[in-house]
Design a protein around this ligand. Structure first.
Ligand code: 13P
Ligand code: ZN
Length: 274
């Protein structure tokens, strides 16, 4: 099968374009990666190269040895993905040790995978283990309202979690574990990858202060939906702050969150409710 005809490639392209249409991907901002299923690789294997040069990932992900990923290219614009996937995306294979990758398809005019590959792969490794293999999508975007809040709220998991839960009743159901916050760090390297993946052991969402958001999920719908829900909630909070300086006349109370959790069968950590 042609790579671009595969259902997972179509789903990836649609999600990337949806993110572009939301305004989360100025220029080359953001990146998306998908851990490809074994049967999906077999469908397209005839069109994968095996002569690519092995290159260092820049970190080590031993539990992902031999896995294949569909990834956005570094410096590529999300708005162009739908027009030319083979120029903007790549399929990479990891070596058995999970230390090197090689390009098997895509980036037809040259280039390399996203500069955030170390963060994506370390997060894939953590979430694959934590979810028993279910999580396959890692998504980084630059949504304006979340970023704006990182200049106003204290950079604490508890504050971001509670404030964003309060802004939309469905938030605690969509991200019951809460949100982690990474302080400002230089992007693209191993340090930010380590800090983010440490938080992703307990969360599916991590804020990068003054930069953007990282989300993990089982499939394209859930992961896009998570990014969308967090950013919508942040937009409401920005409006509240803009109108009142952050003073709320009324809001959802801790016991009301507990009632919600019971009815919707989610567990909300008490540390976010006291
Ligand atoms: P890339 O173009 O290398 O994916 O970088 C974009 C980005 O958002 C970095 O954090
Ligand atoms: Zn970024």
């Amino acid at each position: 099968m042609k790579v671009t005809d595969a259902k997972f490639v179509q789903g990836f392209i649609r999600m990337a374009n949806d993110g572009w249409e939301q305004g989360w991907h100025e220029r080359n901002g953001g990146n998306l990666t998908y851990r490809i299923k074994k049967e999906e690789i077999e469908e397209i294997r005839e069109n994968l190269r095996t002569d690519g040069e092995w290159k260092a990932i820049g970190t080590s992900v031993p539990n992902l040895g031999g896995e294949y990923f569909l990834v956005t290219g570094s410096g590529k614009y999300f708005r162009n993905i739908i027009l030319d996937p083979e120029e903007t995306l790549a399929i990479v294979e990891l070596d058995a040790a999970g230390e090197n990758y090689r390009i098997c398809w895509g980036l037809k005019n040259g280039g390399k995978p996203t500069s955030e590959l170390p963060s994506h792969l370390m997060n894939h490794e953590v979430k694959m283990i934590a979810s028993g293999g279910k999580h396959r999508v890692i998504y980084h975007a630059h949504p304006a309202n979340v970023i704006a809040l990182t200049f106003v709220l204290p950079l604490e998991d508890k504050v971001f979690t509670r404030e964003l839960w309060e802004m939309a009743t469905e938030c605690p159901i969509v991200f019951p574990d809460g949100i982690g916050v990474v302080p400002w760090m230089v992007p693209g390297g191993r340090d930010i990858a380590v800090a983010t993946s440490e938080l992703m052991k307990q969360y599916n969402v991590a804020v990068w202060a003054h930069h953007g958001l990282f989300c993990s999920g089982e499939d394209f719908d859930l992961t896009f939906g998570l990014m969308h829900t967090v950013e919508k909630s942040a937009e409401i909070l920005v409006k509240v702050y803009s109108m009142t300086g952050g003073k709320k006349r009324q809001t959802i109370q801790p016991d009301e969150f507990r009632d919600l959790a019971k009815d919707f069968k989610v567990t909300l950590p008490e540390k976010f409710l006291d």
